[in-house]
Every structure is written in C-alpha cells, then in structure tokens.
Design a protein around this ligand. Structure first.
Ligand code: ATP
Ligand code: MG
Length: 365
C-alpha cells in the first residue's frame, strides 16, 4: 500500500497542510522541534488510530483549536482509497473515521487498513518498560492480524474498567459480579490462547533475527507468562482473590496482568542486557513484526522511521536496508541527509525530500 497524499488540519504544528507523495522513499529533514515526527505521528494515527507517542487526541490537536483532521489518499493494486480521520473536542469528544466517504460504524474495523510499522527511539520502551508496554506491543500487532482479537480485548478492558470502578466504591452487586466474571473468564480464555499462538510465531522470527544480528551470540527468547493458564484456574483464582480485589480496589486476576519476558528462561533482558543487546532486541522484534504482518496480511507495510539513523552500526543498518527493500513505502525523519546513503544502502530509486522549517514545508529537488 502506498500513501499518495496526506492532508493535515490543526494537527500539532500544522494548521493546514497538503503533501503529495510520488515515490516509495520519502525524507523529512529539519532541525529539532520543527515538526518532523508530527508528520509520522499523523500517519501512525491513520494506521493504528492512536499516536505511537502515546498522546491523546486532545494533545495532538493544535493548541487552542477544538479538533483535528487527517486525510489521506492510498493506493494498492491500482485501487484508490480515501481514508479520513476527524476529531472534535467540543461540545463532546467525538471521533469519526471514514473510508471512501463511508463512516466506520465500528472504529476498530479501520484499525490496520493501512498497516504501518514505526521504528523510533521510543521503541526501547518495549524492552525497558513494564509488562504493560510489552503487552501493548503484542496487542497492537495482534490487532492488525485479528479483528476479533481487537474487539474481544476492547470488551475485556471495558469490563475490567467497570469491575474496578465498582470495587473502588465498594458497592459491588453479587449478581452483577457473577455475570461480569463469567464474561471476563470467556474473553480471558480467548485472549490468552491468541496471545500464546502469536507470541510463539513472533518468537521464531525474533530469535532468527537476533541470532543474525549478534552473530549467534544472543539466544534470547520471548516467554509468555499468562496470569492464569486455564478456565478452571481463572474461576478458582477470581474467587480466591475477591477479598483482595476489594481491599486494593482493582481486579488482580486475568490477562490484563499477563507478563511477557524477553531473555533467558529465568532472567529478563531488563536485568542483564547491555545497551547494544537491548537495541538489537528491539530491532529484531520490529523486523519480526514486519515479516509477520507481511506474511499474514499479504500487504507490504509502510515503514515510519523516526530518527534512528545515527544509532546504528553496520550490521544493524543492513537489517534496515533489507526492510526498506521489502516495504511498501518508507518515510524517514532526519536532521540532515549526511550518511543517509549508508543507511538506505544502494537503493538508487527515486526519493522525495521535504525540508521543514518554521511550520513551512518545501520539497527539495
Ligand atoms: N499540540 C500541539 N500544538 C502545536 N504545537 C505542538 C503541539 N504539540 C507539539 N507541538 C510542537 O511541535 C514541535 C515538535 O515537533 P516534532 O516532535 O515533530 O519535532 P521534530 O522535528 O521531530 O524534532 P526532533 O528532531 O527534536 O525530534 C515542538 O515545537 C512543539 O512545541
Ligand atoms: Mg522527532
């Protein structure tokens, strides 16, 4: 899939912007703070409905405005698609997503229509952050591949939120609790099984990539550690933990507490990884995600590469060159173009370069 046109209104630094893309490789260059990442962020919202920087719709809305708009023109196999995303904060917060003029009744259905993989310095959080960050990473990818998973996960999270709210007020009705816990148990079972299958697949590719990157030195794996292992265990544990849940004011049982370890069977990279090992781990994970999406969706994902050029040694760079060769389209941000040739290898195909300065964008020839 190719992004041919991007239109932004009141998004971060951009009041009104329209860019046309004619090539597979697109570069945004500019000094720090000029608005390069803002552009990638808008594309990532079209893809995954959320900012990859974790900011809310209000935060990405241009200051002092009441909403934003992201419009796009996409092409695949000679077909054109118009994908649009609009947000209003007044009078109440409201989001609309349209494909070819038709509003998605279920917004989750728009998720991943444009598959994107983001590579950014922010990715280290998958390795250095909490289990919540690792779950988010897995959930995001799995949601691209399986809409049923995304819907079930959303329903599960909604139920947990309701359960937590009533635990906090200590006004939980026994009958309601029984209904919630039965529904939660079914969804937990589904989510756990899907995560198990997916992490196994991801792990194979991850291991292969990391071995290549480390010259067979690092043999880390992904280990999925579900909070409960079966329906029976769920029912038993949720009953046993009820008093505790009331005391702490939140639900302590279920897949929202699943853990994903990375490293050796009994040791997590968080405890022992060097900076280089952590970086290689992230690149191997991201590359594995790219391969998996490509294989399963039969679509070439768009790469959003945010300022990672300088950090890469020769070996890691080669991984990027391979990814760029295989992706549908790649958008890069950088403060200068020096050294970019090493980074994109011998890909001598046409490129577009946009220079960003003081809110204005100019295409360089
Ligand atoms: N909601 C917003 N409304 C208006 N401006 C914003 C908003 N959010 C961030 N900004 C501005 O956007 C700029 C940052 O943009 P961005 O993160 O894209 O920079 P960048 O070019 O990627 O910089 P760097 O090279 O440092 O990563 C800052 O000047 C910041 O003040
Ligand atoms: Mg940036």
């Amino acid at each position: 899939m190719l992004l041919k046109r991007l239109i932004l209104k009141n998004f971060r630094t951009y009041s009104d912007l329209s860019l046309s893309f004619k090539t597979r490789l697109v570069f945004f260059i500019g000094d720090n703070g000029e608005g390069k990442t803002n552009l990638l962020e808008s594309i990532s919202i079209l893809s995954g409905l959320k900012s990859f920087r974790g900011n809310s719709d209000d935060e990405v809305t241009k200051w002092n405005e009441n909403g934003y708009y992201i419009g796009s023109l996409l092409t695949e196999d000679e077909e054109e698609y118009k994908l649009e995303f609009g947000y209003e904060s007044q009078p109440t917060r409201r989001k609309k997503i349209k494909l070819n003029g038709n509003i998605f009744k279920k917004q989750a259905d728009a998720f991943g229509f444009l598959p994107c993989i983001v590579l950014s310095p922010f990715d280290l959080i998958i390795v250095e952050g909490s289990h919540t960050e690792r779950r988010k990473f897995v959930d995001h990818l799995l949601s691209y591949l399986n809409k049923n998973y995304l819907n079930t996960l959303n329903e599960y999270n909604r139920l947990i939120k309701q359960r937590n709210a009533s635990l906090k007020t200590n006004q939980i009705k026994k009958e309601l609790l029984l209904v919630w816990d039965k529904m939660l148990c079914e969804k937990d079972d589904f989510i756990r099984n899907e995560r198990k299958k997916f992490i196994n697949e991801l792990n194979e590719l991850f291991q292969k990539n990391l071995k290549l990157l480390s010259g067979d030195k690092d043999d880390f794996q992904l280990y999925y550690k579900p909070n409960v292992n079966s329906v029976d265990e769920y029912q038993e544990k949720i009953r046993m933990n009820f008093e505790k849940d009331l005391r702490v004011g939140y639900s302590t049982v279920g897949c929202h507490r699943d853990e994903i370890s990375i490293g050796h069977s009994n040791r997590d990279i968080l405890e022992f990884g060097s900076q280089g090992q952590k970086r290689s781990t992230v690149i191997s994970l991201k590359t594995a995600s790219f391969e998996l999406i490509r294989r399963k969706l039969n679509k070439d994902p768009i790469l959003l590469i945010d300022d990672v050029i300088r950090e890469l040694d020769v070996k890691r760079r080669q991984f990027f060159v391979d990814l760029i060769r295989e992706c549908g389209q790649a958008f890069f941000t950088t403060t200068d173009l020096e050294g970019i040739q090493d980074y994109i290898g011998n890909l001598s195909e046409p490129k577009q370069i946009f220079s960003i300065k003081q809110g204005g964008i100019e295409e360089l020839n």
